[in-house]
Write a protein that binds this ligand. Sequence first.
Ligand SMILES: NC(=O)c1ccc[n+]([C@@H]2O[C@H](COP(=O)([O-])OP(=O)(O)OC[C@H]3O[C@@H](n4cnc5c(N)ncnc54)[C@H](OP(=O)(O)O)[C@@H]3O)[C@@H](O)[C@H]2O)c1
Length: 216
Amino acid sequence: MRIGVLGGTGPAGRGLAARLAAAGHDVVLGSRDPDRAVAAAEALGAAWPGHALAVRGTGNAEAAEAELVVLATPWEAAAATVRDCVDRLDGTPLLCMANALTRTDGEFQPLVPPRGSVAAGVQAAVPAARVVAGCHHLPAKDLADLDHALDVDVLLASDHDHAKEAVADVLAGIDGLRPLDAGSLSSAAAIEAFTAVILQLNARYKTRASLKITGL
Ligand SMILES: NC(=O)c1ccc[n+]([C@@H]2O[C@H](COP(=O)([O-])OP(=O)(O)OC[C@H]3O[C@@H](n4cnc5c(N)ncnc54)[C@H](OP(=O)(O)O)[C@@H]3O)[C@@H](O)[C@H]2O)c1
């Protein structure tokens, strides 16, 4: 599948891109500056020569011309970035991994963005897109290290069942990653906010924690 990553030059986008490309997808990193995306894609390929990753770089709008689009910008830029690509996103599953967080007195705190979650704000900004909230809790460093064995759950929330299934199918192709259906987009508020708790655990226990649900 051709997968575009908006904001793909950052650690989160690059990390997920590495895993998606290692799973056999054709991945296009997007950036506001196409040269930066080209350099990031080359660096990714050079870091993992044995995997022959199919990754290239371009501008965000061109990256959005894909069967699945990942949104990996800071939360404040999420809706505007997607709005700039609106012509290319009609009906496209759009995986939004942005978290609205701040750090106050050394503690991570969730922010409440307009409409309750970043993903809901993006969905409202671009109604034609099929927003799926997910991948919020995955540590970018572990994603980017293809030698690191993952053992994590990813909670997915969306008002578009087919888009959620499409994203789940793609994520299930990544070794050690279990996508879970967490319901409608209204769940995105709790999922995004919980990232602050995970980052707090990371700081407290000096680790890179992630999420694993038991009992399923
Ligand atoms: N880091 C993690 O471990 C992790 C894990 C899960 C989810 N997330 C979430 O994923 C998102 C990306 O995380 P990150 O750590 O990769 O963030 P980041 O490095 O701050 O930003 C990612 C990319 O977004 C683009 N960007 C920055 N400011 C922008 C703006 N004002 N307008 C448009 N594009 C802008 C930049 O690319 P260009 O300058 O090349 O355009 C940047 O490389 C965040 O919302 C974060 O909460 C992060």
